[in-house]
Design a protein around this ligand. Structure first.
Ligand code: SF4
Length: 223
């Protein structure tokens, strides 16, 4: 009988791929822009509420994560083909995918929160997009959104106005940058982080635009 804990080879069953794409680490940097185009990536920014898989609970992020996006309407990694049970980049798959074995997640746990890749590793000093990324982070940080959202929930009109301005700035930038840079619109979730609607959903607020007004409603937390 085989001791499953001692398996050292991936069985390519696809179970881990169906739970979501991996976060990228320093050793994956050379994949970005080639094997992994920007539009297949998503940035989760500091302060966003996310599920920490090894901890099994939702926590605010203390450092940025770049991930492979999920397929639309699914939790599965977008590079996983469920029908064929294959990974589109298997030979060049990222480090987390190489380290995770279904029966034994010790290797993944050992590297999970180490040497995570962030946008500043990929957009070094002087990169024309870095200034836009940093300005966007200053004006639309998840921590700022969380603080404004709390004030909105407690009925502060001024906070609602400020939040509306931030949402409008973010939406304009997501249209303007592809126009000016020639990057695909889908690359904005990498460059500017996932949409602010989703960041707010992570703290339990739904954004609605009704007759020129921004309306926030409490909602079940979506991550
Ligand atoms: S990159 Fe490939 S191996 Fe990794 S989660 Fe996605 S489909 Fe699976």
């Amino acid at each position: 009988m085989t001791d499953s804990k001692n398996n050292t080879e991936c069985r390519r069953c696809g179970i881990c791929c169906s739970k979501g794409g991996p976060a990228l680490h320093d050793q994956d940097a050379s994949l970005v822009g080639g094997v992994l185009p920007m539009e297949q990536l998503l940035t989760l920014r500091v302060g966003e509420m996310v599920m920490d898989q090894p901890l099994g609970k939702v926590v605010p992020l203390v450092e940025e994560i770049i991930k492979i996006r999920s397929a639309p309407g699914s939790t599965a990694c977008m590079l996983y083909d469920d029908a064929a049970k294959t990974c589109a980049v298997y030979e060049n798959r990222p480090a987390e995918c190489r380290e995770l074995l279904c029966e034994n997640d010790e290797r993944l746990k050992a590297m999970y929160d180490k040497d995570r890749l962030c946008r500043r590793d990929l957009l070094p000093e002087g990169h024309p997009l870095l200034e836009i990324v940093e300005d966007h982070d200053r004006r639309c940080s998840p921590r700022k959104l969380t603080s404004l959202a709390r004030r909105v929930v407690s009925g502060e009109e001024q906070a609602l106005e400020e939040l509306g301005e931030i949402l409008a700035y973010d939406a304009n930038l997501r249209e303007l940058v592809p126009e000016k840079s020639g990057l695909p619109a889908e690359a904005m979730d990498f460059l500017l982080g996932r949409s602010l609607d989703l960041v707010l959903a992570g703290i339990g607020l739904e954004v609605h635009h009704e007759q020129g007004r921004t309306v926030l409603r409490k909602s079940p937390v979506r991550l």
